[in-house]
Design a protein around this ligand. Structure first.
Ligand code: HEM
Length: 461
């Protein structure tokens, strides 16, 4: 039986390449070994097989509850942050049940309710930034997405507990975003403090404080039930399993943390990337502004959501540097053939979203930002998959797309911005996401107003 090729370098070098230059390393491995290759990243499991060809992706994402499984134990690296009872770290029937509980508040009609929250929050946040003073656009998008997810999850983004939780979460994620911390995750021997250098202990301290706040909120709600609340925490607290049992406090805490983490940093980074491309490429900005202005004052959020060019810009943003460069890992249950290799049971397999999105045969000149690709042709769910697929497809897909489109539309219709410099920004690992390698500095030039479908610009007072 022939197994996928693995680089001949020692495991520790593979880990270091993987941690510090994951995209370049994956591209080098594809060039050397073809569409399917493996890396030795974790002593406790067999080499991880990377797959990027749409035919192979279709197999793993349609068979991941049949010939393969989508087990939570392969996401063990996230256990420290999300907990053992998170939808990300649990498996099998329990995982499917938990997904079903969490999905309704993130879909359908609920999106209309969140539209207002997104619009109001974006207006509030962008209004804090004065004209002429440079700022990092990711700080803006992070504040928007953190406030929005806090309201969706808890029904509040103000008050002492909410403010404290937002601040703690910001710090926890900022710490998580350093590549050094990712290195610590892969190299457990380093998971401790070194004398006065309290990298690991500080993170635990912050998490404990955040946990306490979440448990206090849960406790308070148990004591004062309010059936009129529609936030995600209330819905999860009301949910019962087949045996009529509610979720435990630990389960609730882990799902809250999962939603706050998964629902915030990802979309914030995607909005920041979109703002970069829109302002880097004048023709993209011009077309987009024209499309948005054609809607006049106060357009309906679903009209904004359906705008073709805005949708294409968001799609291309998530193609070129997908915020999640990988799917979660799946594991082979019965022998399967991928890329000509027969993989035995137990083999972990991962979808390399970044590599698929960089395929020249699907996306000619893949390193160029061209929203028109998405107007000219449709891509299959295995050719374009920023949200993964199958049993672990992102449950925040609809939420993220609404938030991206509405926040971008709101910022662009309120303010005229520009990049502070023309320096090229490259992708790099930023904790759990693929973010910019240096801050994207922007500045507000003017305030914008659309009056009766004609555009006016005036100086911010
Ligand atoms: C642009 C924004 C986002 C991107 C690019 C993204 C991407 C992804 C990807 C690639 C996966 C793995 C899918 C797979 O293995 O097949 C995933 C899973 C997940 N995402 Fe997202 N995501 C985004 C926003 C969100 C939001 C807003 C939420 C929640 C409000 C969320 C919650 C989750 C959860 C809970 C999972 C795990 C699902 C499971 O294990 O069953 N994501 N996401």
């Amino acid at each position: 039986m022939q197994l996928p090729k693995i680089p001949p370098t020692p495991a520790v070098l593979q880990i270091l390449n993987w941690v510090f230059r994951p995209m370049a390393y994956m591209e080098e491995c594809t060039q050397r070994y073809g569409d399917v290759f493996a890396l030795k990243l974790d002593k406790s499991i067999p080499p991880l097989v990377f797959v990027s060809n749409p035919q192979d992706l279709q197999i793993i994402l349609t068979q991941d509850t049949k010939e393969l499984e989508a087990p939570g134990d392969l996401n063990g690296l996230l256990e420290g942050l999300l907990g053992k009872r998170s939808v990300v770290t649990i498996s099998g029937v329990e995982h499917q049940r938990q997904r079903q509980l969490m999905m309704p508040p993130l879909h359908g009609e609920r999106m209309r309710a969140y539209s207002q929250i997104i619009n109001n929050t974006t207006t509030k946040v962008i209004s804090q930034y004065p004209q002429g003073q440079p700022f990092n656009i990711r700080h803006v998008s992070q504040e928007i997405t953190l406030r929005v997810i806090m309201q969706a999850v808890f029904g509040l983004d103000e008050g002492v507990r909410a403010e404290k939780l937002q601040q703690l979460l910001g710090e926890i994620l900022e710490n998580t975003s350093s590549v050094w911390r990712i290195a610590l995750l892969y190299l457990p021997a380093l998971q401790r403090d070194f004398g006065p250098i309290k990298i690991w202990g500080r993170q635990l301290e912050l998490q404990e404080q955040a946990d306490r706040l979440m448990y206090d909120e849960i406790q308070e709600r148990r004591e004062n039930p309010d059936s009129s609340r529609t936030d995600i925490l209330s819905l999860l607290m009301d949910a019962r399993d087949e045996a009529g049992q509610p979720m435990t406090d630990i389960e609730l805490r882990d799902e809250l943390m999962t939603l706050l983490v998964a629902g915030h940093e990802t979309t914030a980074t995607a909005i920041a990337w979109a703002m970069y491309w829109i302002h880097k490429l004048p023709q993209v900005k011009e077309k987009l502004i024209q499309e948005l202005d054609s809607l006049g004052d106060n357009p309906d959020p679903s009209t904004i959501y359906k705008l073709p060019y805005l949708s294409a810009v968001c799609a291309e943003t998530l193609r070129i540097y997908p915020v999640g460069m990988l799917t979660f890992a799946r594991r082979v249950k019965t022998p399967i053939t991928l890329g000509g290799y027969e993989l035995p049971p137990g083999t972990p397999v991962i979808g390399a979203i970044y590599l698929t999105h960089q395929r020249e045969d699907l996306y000619p000149q893949p390193k160029q930002f061209k929203p028109e690709r998405f107007l000219e042709r449709q891509f299959s769910p295995y050719e374009y998959l920023p949200f993964g697929g199958g049993a672990r497809r992102c449950i925040g897909l609809a939420f993220a797309q609404w938030e991206m489109k509405l926040a971008i539309a709101k910022i662009l219709t309120m303010r005229e911005l520009e990049l502070v410099n023309n320096r090229e920004v490259k992708p790099q690992r930023r904790g759990l996401v693929t973010g910019p390698d240096h801050p994207i500095q922007m500045v507000i030039k003017n305030q914008r107003q659309i009056k009766s479908r004609s555009l006016e610009t005036s100086t911010v007072g």
